[in-house]
Each structure stands twice: as structure tokens, then as C-alpha cells.
Design a protein around this ligand. Structure first.
Ligand SMILES: NC(=O)c1ccc[n+]([C@@H]2O[C@H](COP(=O)([O-])OP(=O)(O)OC[C@H]3O[C@@H](n4cnc5c(N)ncnc54)[C@H](O)[C@@H]3O)[C@@H](O)[C@H]2O)c1
Length: 471
């Protein structure tokens, strides 16, 4: 078992550090935010992630997991030093801001007094491994210090972070020193995942290419959704039908409000910037970003079409977090949608099962006038006297609401389902004026009672319908 330091105790650092401790290693997670570390020492987590709190507690009690703001404490005896700090969009046309990574590298150099492998988990532009090497080398203070840099991009998803960390689809390791990459591979051996061992630049690129591909899938199906809506097809069934093709797959094929969060938006931007800077014209990446931006705006045009005008209306917003099972508000569609409806003269009633504090903080940060926002304690409160309800985040809780009660509480029964959580025909029966994303308003008769139950359609039923369509 190894002694490990994780620098940056956010979503990736805290989850990675905790999982490494759970595997039997001794881990110190460090951060520059004193309050974050103080709270972690009291067992208060800075993020919501299912299962994480218990896992942190278990490993702290076992003496395998510690928190500190001190680099000298964190680095002492560490064989492996993970960098997991934030790399947000910088102020230059979408490029990644490397300030935090470089500062972490400088702090490593100042405190390192032995040989260690520095592993970069942050998502960083191609070539950053060399930058980290250079910064450390130029700032080393102790003559006994030595290091190798390995790129080990992270692929976990918020909301399923522990599962992803413990069962990764693959582990990517890139280094100009293959021996160092193999030592890191040993750290992960018990995870039984395939290893992809490459040079530094390739490993860094694998992360950007993967995120850009997933974002492309989302923008693709969102474009198809708009075509479906215009032509009277139902995108939910289109994706079910497409997804069964193993070459396509079901994942990331749900039409909706587009991608948000702390990764896809900034990573697609950063990749496009890198390609632009290299003298290329990354047309597809720019189209992916444009479609994603327009997707949120569709909500506003749907509301205007249905209500005539938003002036003096009350719009209910179900969900604030950028996706379910997280309280992360970074680049969440809810923020744009709330800003736009308020700017058109509406007030909003909002509810999110988890993103309460982070939701309020995000709206404040974006200078949204909270006088026009009422925070409710449940979805029924949001519906109360609302002129329209917009589903922004597909929390499970919203799938099992008493829709009759929701309908009866509203001033006007307009339901704009930004995540295609509900079935149009069912909402019709409750009396809602329902609009989904790419859903036929009056869906054509189908052999599938609903897209979700399509897997249960028997061969006989398919045969029957084929015969019927032939005759
Ligand atoms: N969040 C995700 O789902 C996810 C998934 C895969 C990869 N990533 C990548 O992982 C990296 C981290 O993302 P995150 O979401 O965990 O960020 P985060 O903002 O949640 O956490 C980063 C932490 O690093 C700390 N920090 C910054 N500079 C520091 C320094 N010099 N020394 C010590 N601590 C420092 C910050 O205070 C913060 O607590 C990013 O590059 C991101 O793109 C994120």
C-alpha cells in the first residue's frame, strides 16, 4: 500500500482521495481553502455525492484519510502526488486557465524533499505535462527531490462518481517515463480495468476527445429533436430505436436542454481553442457549442408561444442543478433560463431537491435579482398559481409527482418538459398543455406504449405490427 497526496479537494480530488484510501492506501487531501478543510475535518462535505459521506467517514476513522492545507504535511513521504485542481475556462477565447495547476506545481517544488511521481488528474491542454515538469524543475528547493510526471485523466461522472472511480471503463496513463506510468498502473491494479498507456500528449488528448465526443452526441440528438418536432416524429422513440444499434448505443442520446456542468462546456471550448490556435478550423466543435447554446433558448420561445407574453407571469422551475444527483450549478441551464424569463417580465418559483444553497449562490453570483425568485420546499409549491412549469433537471422525484395535484394548483396548465420526463399522451389526459423537446404533440399511433417499456415489447407484437403494416 502507498502513501499518497491529493492536491485539490473538490469533486475529483475528494472522490479520488477517498477511493484510494478505501483501497488501503494512506491519503492526505490538501486544499488552499482553509474553511473547506476545517469542515471536512468535522465530517462536513463540500459537495453532494451519493455514498461519499459514509465512505469519507469510514476511511477517516480507519486513519487512512486525512485533510490538510499544508503542503509539507501532505507531501511528507508521499510516493504519489495527484494534482486535481480546477481548470476553468480562462479569459482568452475558451482556453483552459492553468493558473491553479501551475500554482500547485510550484508548491510541490517548494516542499518536495524526496522522489515522487506527480500525477495530473486535472483536465489540461495538450502539452501541459511538460509545463508541470518545467515549473517543478525550475522551482525545486531540495537537492534530494526528484520526480516524474504522469498524465492520468479522470472520467468520473458527478452523481455516480464513486461507482465510476471504482469501476472505470479504462485507465489512461501517459508519460515520457514509461516506468513511472507502470508504477501508477500498479496503484490501480485491483480495479481490473483495461489500461491505455501512452505518451503524455496522447493521454491529455484522450480526455478532451472523449468529452467532445459525448457533447457531440448530445448536440446531435438535440438537432434531430428539432427536426422531429417540425416533422411530427417523436425523438424519444427515435433515440430508443437508434440506441439498440450497438455501434450507436443508448447513452448520451437523450434530447433535452443540452449539456452543462463543470466539464463538457469548458472542455469543448478548450479543445476548439487548441485546434483554432493550431491553425485548424474545428467546424464540428463550433456547431456542437452553437446547438447547445440555442437549446436552452428553445424553452423561452416555447413559453412565449404558449403564453403569448411572459410579462407579469409566474414561471415554475423544477430543478436547478445541471443534472440529477449533484448540487453542482456550474454552467447549469437553469441559471440562463431563470435570467431570461425574469428579463421578459416574469417572476419564478423554483425547487431543487438538493441544489438549494448552491442554487441560491449561483443565482446571486450571476446577479439575478432574487426579488423575482421564490424558493419553494417542493414541486407542488412551485406549481402553486404558476402560469407554466418548466422541467429543467430530471430528478427521479419529478417522475413520480402527483400530476393531477400539480395541474390543479396551476393558474394555467402549461407544462414545458425540458428533459422529456413525461409522456405527452398521459399529460394530455391530465389536461396539461404539454410541450417536450422534440416530441410530437399528438404522437402518431405506435406499437410501443412508451419508449421506456420498449424493451418489453414481445416478438409477437412486433410480428403482428409488421404484418399489419404490410397489409
Ligand atoms: N467534476 C467532474 O465531474 C470532473 C470529471 C473529470 C475531470 N474533471 C477535471 O478535474 C479537475 C478538477 O475538477 P473539480 O470539479 O474537482 O474542481 P473543483 O473546483 O470542484 O475542485 C478543485 C479544488 O482545487 C482547489 N485548489 C485550487 N488550486 C489549488 C492549489 N494550488 N492547491 C491546492 N488546492 C487547490 C480548489 O480550492 C478546489 O477545492 C478539473 O480539471 C476538471 O476539468 C472534473
Amino acid at each position: 500500500m502507498s502513501v499518497i497526496c491529493v492536491i485539490g479537494t473538490g469533486y475529483v480530488g475528494l472522490v479520488t482521495g477517498t477511493c484510494l484510501a478505501d483501497m488501503g492506501n494512506t491519503v492526505t487531501c490538501i486544499d488552499i481553502i482553509q474553511e473547506k478543510i476545517d469542515r471536512l475535518k468535522q465530517g462536513i462535505l463540500p459537495i453532494y455525492e451519493p455514498g461519499l459521506e459514509e465512505m469519507v467517514e469510514r476511511n477517516v476513522q480507519a486513519g487512512r484519510l486525512n485533510f490538510s492545507t499544508s503542503y509539507s504535511e501532505g507531501l511528507a513521504d508521499s510516493e504519489f502526488i495527484f494534482i486535481a485542481v480546477n481548470t476553468p475556462t480562462g479569459n482568452h477565447q475558451g482556453s483552459a486557465d492553468m493558473r491553479y495547476v501551475e500554482s500547485a506545481a510550484r508548491s510541490i517544488a517548494e516542499h518536495l524533499d524526496h522522489y515522487a511521481i506527480v500525477i495530473n488528474k486535472s483536465t489540461v491542454p495538450v502539452g501541459s505535462g511538460d509545463v508541470v515538469s518545467r515549473v517543478i524543475r525550475n522551482n525545486l528547493k531540495n537537492e534530494n527531490a526528484g520526480f516524474a510526471v504522469v498524465s492520468n485523466p479522470e472520467f468520473l461522472r458527478e452523481g455516480a462518481a464513486i461507482r465510476d472511480c471504482q469501476n472505470p471503463d479504462r485507465i489512461v496513463l501517459g508519460s515520457s517515463e514509461p516506468e513511472a506510468a507502470h508504477k501508477v498502473a500498479h496503484l490501480y491494479l485491483q480495479l481490473r480495468a483495461p489500461f491505455v498507456i501512452t505518451d503524455l500528449y496522447t493521454a491529455e488528448m484522450i480526455k478532451y476527445a472523449s468529452n467532445a465526443f459525448l457533447a457531440t452526441k448530445i448536440s446531435f440528438i438535440n438537432e434531430i429533436a428539432q427536426v422531429c418536432e417540425r416533422l411530427g416524429a417523436d425523438v424519444k422513440q427515435v433515440s430508443v430505436g437508434m440506441g439498440y444499434d450497438k455501434r450507436i448505443g443508448h447513452a448520451f442520446l437523450d434530447a433535452g436542454l443540452g449539456y452543462g456542468g463543470s466539464c463538457f462546456p469548458k472542455d469543448v471550448r478548450a479543445l476548439a481553442y487548441m485546434a483554432d490556435e493550431a491553425g485548424l478550423h474545428p467546424q464540428m466543435l463550433h456547431a456542437v457549442m452553437d446547438i447547445n447554446h440555442d437549446q436552452r433558448r428553445l424553452i423561452i420561445s416555447k413559453l412565449n408561444n404558449l403564453l403569448g407574453s411572459l410579462r407579469n407571469t409566474t414561471i415554475g422551475i423544477l430543478g436547478l442543478a445541471f443534472k440529477p444527483n449533484t448540487d453542482d450549478m456550474r454552467e447549469a441551464p437553469a441559471v440562463d433560463i431563470i435570467r431570461w424569463v425574469i428579463s421578459q417580465g416574469a417572476s419564478v418559483r423554483v425547487y431543487d431537491p438538493v441544489a438549494k444553497e448552491t442554487g441560491r449562490a449561483a443565482l446571486e453570483r450571476e446577479n439575478i435579482n432574487l426579488e423575482h425568485v421564490t424558493f419553494c420546499s417542493d414541486a407542488y409549491g412551485v406549481a402553486d398559481q404558476a402560469d407554466a412549469l418548466v422541467v429543467v433537471t430530471e430528478w427521479n422525484e419529478f417522475k413520480s409527482l402527483n400530476m393531477q395535484r400539480i395541474h390543479d394548483a396551476m393558474r394555467r396548465p402549461v407544462l414545458v418538459d425540458g428533459r422529456n420526463v413525461y409522456e405527452p399522451s398521459e399529460m394530455d389526459r391530465y389536461g396539461f398543455i404539454y410541450r417536450g423537446m422534440g416530441r410530437a404533440t399528438n404522437p402518431a399511433p405506435s406499437i410501443l406504449p412508451s419508449s421506456d417499456s420498449s424493451t418489453e415489447v414481445s416478438d409477437e407484437l412486433v410480428q403482428e405490427s409488421l404484418i399489419a403494416s404490410e397489409s
